[in-house]
Design a protein around this ligand. Sequence first.
Ligand SMILES: NC(=O)c1ccc[n+]([C@@H]2O[C@H](COP(=O)([O-])OP(=O)(O)OC[C@H]3O[C@@H](n4cnc5c(N)ncnc54)[C@H](OP(=O)(O)O)[C@@H]3O)[C@@H](O)[C@H]2O)c1
Length: 430
Amino acid sequence: MAEPLRIALAGLGTVGGGVIRLIESNGTLIAGRAGRRLDIVAICARDRGKDRGVDLSRYAWEDDMTLLAGRADVDVVVELVGGADGPALALARRALTARKSLVTANKAMIAHHGMELAELAENAGVPLKFEAAVAGAVPVIKGLREGAAANAIARVYGILNGTCNYILSTMERSGRDFAEVLKEAQDLGYAEADPAFDIDGVDSAHKLAILAAIAFGGRIDFAAMEVSGIARIRAADIAQAAALGYVIRLIGLAESENDSLFQRVQPCLVPREHPLAAVEGATNAVVIEGDYSGRLLFQGAGAGDGPTASAVVADLIDIARGDTGLPFSVPVADLATLPAADSGCRRARSYLRFTVTDRPGVLAEITAAMRDAGVSIESLIQQGRPEEGGEVLVAMVTHEGPESRVAHALELLVGSDSLTEQPLVMPLLD
Ligand SMILES: NC(=O)c1ccc[n+]([C@@H]2O[C@H](COP(=O)([O-])OP(=O)(O)OC[C@H]3O[C@@H](n4cnc5c(N)ncnc54)[C@H](OP(=O)(O)O)[C@@H]3O)[C@@H](O)[C@H]2O)c1
């Protein structure tokens, strides 16, 4: 058997702890498949004294994690600290510059600095791998880079955040409102104490940006991403969607149109018969549409110590086997700079929800704005009974048309004292 692959591990939290347990418990099986042992030689975290439930005494400890990158007895640095910048980025740069392979689960860092890090890896001739950064255990990066490598990709989309999916599917099942379900998700450990990155869609956007770059051969352009989250969705929206035959899911979708790139994270109405509608709880699922493969569906646990460690160690096994494929499949210099698509030109059916004061003439005002903007209404539902505070919900679904027309209709209604809050717009996933 070849010499062991020598690993330095930065970060011993949820994922780092999982990686140690996985390598320790499945070491023999992994060595058989990789053709060599995976040996952790050095580790680092903030607090050396913390009880992590595993025996760390056999591993060398570094107080400063960037020193892991300089160790002569290390082949691969595994970064499981987190954060787009700061110490994680310093370690990543240092490791690649020192010609160490790098494995990370850090989607924020790859979404913001992936191009720079891929270039460093390319120049050093070492692998940079980040399977765990997108959808945890689900091998969707491998799916794109390997399984679907021969295909032109039409679009890639899916449920990329387990916290949001847990909240939405629980709201659906229980009929309860967002704030109440978020609180429960926090108590159960499905949502962070500060849930903003998840519920505002930013975490999904990080993952989508990475998938889009690989799928469409473009440079990551995180600033061009359109992002909205789930905090404004009410139990009433979920009930209306259900009455129309849909469920609501936070969907990240990227597609290439005429050499431009459309990337958006937004709650969407998903037809009940679509495979993504059946994805419940904290599960992630990604659909890749290839011109020869057809629709591929990848689904599984998107977070947690075991699932995320599974993806990290899969990357380590690839490196142990000698896989030196480029992080984004092609050299960074060959990645295109794809301009952002004009989302106003996209054609969609949309769900619109207005909260209005309960008085005559309001409905006529809304429908007049729709007519003046050229939006054709397919169905309109006005809830008979006023909600709390005397407001009434008016929901409608439009016929298919350019999204710019819906935006124009909403502009016409800006300043109307009939509306008690900004209207909510969600496209229907076709
Ligand atoms: N958790 C998941 O399910 C999941 C899923 C997919 C991807 N990820 C990604 O995986 C990465 C790690 O996530 P996690 O959930 O494992 O985080 P975590 O539980 O908060 O662990 C972070 C670790 O980094 C260490 N650390 C933080 N700052 C440090 C510093 N300046 N120097 C040395 N060590 C430092 C912490 O040390 P102490 O323990 O001593 O405080 C801790 O061990 C993140 O990029 C995250 O986005 C996580």
